[in-house]
Design a protein. Structure first.
Length: 297
């Protein structure tokens, strides 16, 4: 590819993805990381791109809130995940959604469904799905985070523990090499565990760039979830971990048969599932994603 075409393609990818890493650009353009660094250097000097940790972004995105910037990050991958969950969830289903950007994309995909019962701590998700196609939306209350208008605090956990739902769908900050699902904030972990305690199907949504990274806190282990929805097939290492844990891994091209779940009327009569637990160890401390802002998911 000619240098001018490479420059144009890098700008196009940055426009599409929001923030993109050097490694992602090198893979997309089939060149080395060093070639990408040489190409983006004059773009940064000309003010067409801004250098950020591990990658580049458009200057206009600096004016957006951190949450809006994260909505752009890996946007295509998140939309692929959202489409799959939009096919998994059926009319009339009940679910808990967290306030991460991946779940916000999922909420957008779920607008094609009707008669959903949705419990969330996200004002953005609630506004997308409330008063739409006969949905019922229950918004957990608490202190609102200025970044993403998500409710925080113990009242949120107490509120969602009232419900018994078919799916609890959460996002994570990272998936470490042991297949553990990690978050940057203890509060996000508590939400995940509380949500999983109220659901028949425990679902994690994670884009593939989050694999082989770590974060501050372990949310759940692989054997504590039922389904992983991602945008690309996991490599052999992760495939083995998830197979041994009995996780239903879904990605484009994977077997798409809908998981059979007991009718929700049975759930209303039964007790909630036990809270998810995770025995994290000292080697699970964050590395390159340490210090992420709240809800960096």
């Amino acid at each position: 590819m000619y240098p001018l075409l490479r420059r144009a393609e890098i700008l196009r990818i940055a426009q599409s993805q929001g923030t993109t890493s050097i490694a992602q650009l090198a893979e997309a353009l089939a060149v080395s990381d060093e070639t990408i660094r040489r190409t983006v250097k004059p773009l940064i000097e000309e003010g067409l791109l801004v250098k950020v940790h591990g990658g580049v972004m458009l200057p206009s995105h600096l004016e957006e809130s951190p949450f809006r910037r994260r909505m752009h990050e890996h946007r295509v991958a998140k939309e692929i995940i959202a489409q799959q969950i939009g096919e998994l969830v059926q009319d009339g289903d009940s679910l808990i959604l967290d306030s991460g950007t991946t779940c916000t994309h999922i909420a957008q995909a779920l607008r094609s469904r009707s008669r959903l019962t949705v419990i969330t701590n996200s004002a953005a998700i609630a506004s997308l799905l409330a008063q739409h196609n006969g949905n019922r939306v229950f918004m957990a209350g608490g202190e609102l985070c200025a970044d993403d208008a998500a409710a925080l605090g113990e009242p949120v956990l107490a509120y969602i523990r009232q419900f018994h739902v078919r799916y609890a769908i959460v996002s994570v900050t990272a998936v470490d090499g042991a297949g553990r699902f990690m978050d940057a904030q203890p509060w996000d972990v508590e939400f995940t565990r509380a949500a999983f305690g109220q659901a028949r199907q425990r679902v994690v949504a994670a884009v593939h760039p989050k694999f082989e990274h770590s974060a501050l806190v372990c949310a759940v282990n692989a054997d504590e979830i039922d389904m992983l929805v991602t945008d690309e097939p996991p490599d052999a290492h992760f495939a083995q971990i998830f197979a041994e844990a009995g996780v239903d891994v879904r990605y484009p091209g994977s077997p798409a048969a809908r998981t059979t779940v007991a009718p929700e009327t049975d759930m209303q009569a039964g007790a909630p599932l036990p809270d998810a637990t995770c025995h994290s160890s000292s080697d699970a401390i964050a590395d390159d994603v340490h210090g992420e802002p709240h809800h960096a998911r």
